[in-house]
Design a protein around this ligand. Sequence first.
Ligand code: CAA
Length: 380
Amino acid sequence: MNFDFTEEQLMIQQTAKDFALAEIAPTAVERDKNAEFPTEIVKKLGELGFMGMMVSPEYDGAGMDTVSYVLAMIELSKVDASVGVIMSVNNSLVCYGLQKYGSDYLKEKYLKPLARGEKLGAFALSEPEAGSDATHQMTSAVKEGDHWVINGIKNWISNGQSADYFLVTTQTDSEKRHKGVTAFLIEKGTPGFDHGVKEDKLGIKSSDTCSLTFTNCKVPEENIIWEVGKGFNFAMETLNGGRIGIAAQAVGIAEGALDAALKYAKERKAFGTEIINHQAIQIKLADMAINTQAAKLITLQAAAAKDTGKKHVKESAMAKSLASKVAVENALEAIQIHGGYGYVREYIVERFLRDAKVTEIYEGTTEIQKMVIARELAKE
Ligand code: CAA
């Protein structure tokens, strides 16, 4: 097994690191405080090719592999996990989903500007009563001539206020459960399509999350993704890749928390010496480093499986389960090492905890990941 990165992968990692420190870090604290969307940063990420990293150059993407994407996601999320999720949704849910399952027409019209970073995408599967139980879709789409008329509500949509294009699942035949689900691409500004207020979240506050409402919203037939009745399979297949992106985001948070704790432990003195010399702190730092490395390796393994065309259902679920747990644990330990300073906003470690928690929830809760893993184990 080869654990070496290629020169190109290392270059992408370095570019992401430099960009994160120069362009994201200076405004991260203020944007978190004010729940402000990083519009300029997202624009610059597009110019760097980071908004369509895995899209083929034929569709104006950067043509990179998933391993490179994971390395970039880690570096950006280490500094600001809000930027991480915005980038992750556009790359691994929207661009990937369109490239794999969209028609030539959809790819030409919508994927190209998304991959260039000129337009932003969102993925709308969840509903008020369909979170973990995602087959329970209530948003309906009814065919009328060469259009479909959509009615319903979507919930917890990342990039919901800022996105231009939305991949939306609907129920087109309620008799058929998930085989009656159909996905559409819907443009912002389509009559009958509106978004709700920005959710006041615990963390990733610089990203925007809101509900979407559809009231007799007419969408053309050619905006169907894949085909009628394939919307749920489209969402699940796409989420397998999305979960690798969120695992990478969680690894970034875990690394950020470890770096901050290490730096503080080397500077802070107690009982006549830097606290890194105390065994209680050493054990915490060592455990954080072991767990971070394990989370990073399992995430890269899932990415490598995807890149080599292997099935990665179990691998991506395992990566997300472990990495999100490590992100939360590392953030908690980083706060503990900082003591009282860890509990105030002035030091960044409390943000790591607030941001880490959602990685155990979105793109499938840890409980759902374990269900997916167990079902895959049962098939072996
Ligand atoms: N990969 C591929 N196909 C999958 C799959 C996976 N990981 N999981 C399920 N499927 C397929 C099944 O094979 C089946 O398809 P076929 O009938 O064609 O074979 C179909 O989906 C239905 O599966 P089940 O019969 O097993 O349905 P279920 O209701 O028992 O379980 C579930 C489905 C796995 C729980 C699914 O509902 C699920 O993953 N829930 C979590 C939803 C989720 O991840 N939401 C995230 C929202 S997006 C988001 O968070 C983005 C963001 O903003 C950051």
